[in-house]
Design a binder for this molecule. Sequence first.
Ligand code: XMP
Ligand code: MG
Length: 179
Amino acid sequence: MKNDMKEILLTEEQIQKKIKELGHTITEEYKDHFPLFVGVLKGALPFMADLVKAVDTHLEMDFMDVSSYGKSMVSSGEVKIVKDLDTKVEGRDVLIVEDIIDSGLTLSYLIELFKYRKAKSVKVVTLLDKPEGRKVDLVPDLTGFIVPDEFVVGYGLDFAERYRNLPYVGILKPEVYEG
Ligand code: XMP
Ligand code: MG
């Protein structure tokens, strides 16, 4: 799979080091709050798995699947709930765990949804942020890395469902997605 990469943006070591730091920050912030971590499927799965192991306080995990991208690389701006939470968010301190924020449309939808459902607090941790892609005003509470406005894959992020299992984040060679 490495042959398909034009460039490796973030190595496995860089990602894991950053997740340890985020874990410490989250531990301090949420100690004794029993936060509800909401992972956004499928992209946030590897990040969620590593992040919760770096957090040293009790927490609950749940997952949501929303679609706005499909197989296309361009955001449609449409958000559809494919799988909802099994957990009640009322009165809970919710931490949304995302792989990447691009336009911000997916997240602003989720934040509003959880507020509507009477969460006590709603915050966002994202591994990657692409601020240049923003279509709505949204700043994550915690960010791993800022990335350029290019299509990235790996560590949960896919191209047509592939590359999610890479332990690093990279940019594909154009011939991979053009041909
Ligand atoms: P929005 O635009 O709503 O999008 O902030 C967030 C979701 O879009 C997907 N996304 C990407 N997926 N490489 C990917 O594999 C990318 O560069 C990329 N940019 C956005 C992703 O699923 C994210 O949850
Ligand atoms: Mg995707």
